[in-house]
Design a protein around this ligand. Structure first.
Ligand SMILES: [Zn+2]
Length: 95
C-alpha cells in the first residue's frame, strides 16, 4: 500500500499537478493556494512577484503594499476567474 500522491486541479494551468509544498500565506489565502494552485504555477508567480515588487516599489512593512501584491497574485494565478470587463471586439463609435 502506497500513499496516493497529492494532486491539485490547478485553476491557472488547468492540469492535475503537484500542489504547493509548504506555507505560502497564513490563513484562508494559504489554504486556497494549496487547494487550487500547483507548485509550478506558484514558482512562476514567485519569479513574477519579484518584478512586481520592484516595479511598484512595494514595501513589506506597509499593509497597503501587501494588499496590492496579493491582488496581483490573485490575478496572476487566476484565483478569481478570467478577468471581467467588456468582451473584446471592435470599438463602438459614439455618434
Ligand atoms: Zn498550475
Amino acid at each position: 500500500m502506497s500513499d496516493p500522491k497529492p494532486i491539485v486541479s490547478c485553476v491557472r494551468c488547468h492540469r492535475e499537478a503537484v500542489p504547493i509544498g509548504g506555507v505560502t500565506y497564513p490563513g484562508a489565502l494559504g489554504d486556497e493556494l494549496r487547494e487550487r494552485i500547483c507548485a509550478e504555477c506558484w514558482a512562476e508567480w514567485q519569479q513574477a512577484e519579484v518584478m512586481v515588487i520592484n516595479e511598484l516599489r512595494l514595501n513589506f512593512m506597509d499593509p497597503r503594499s501587501q494588499e496590492v501584491l496579493i491582488k496581483h497574485m490573485r490575478e496572476f494565478l487566476c484565483l478569481d476567474g478570467p478577468p471581467s470587463g467588456p468582451p473584446p471586439g471592435p470599438p463602438t463609435e459614439q455618434p
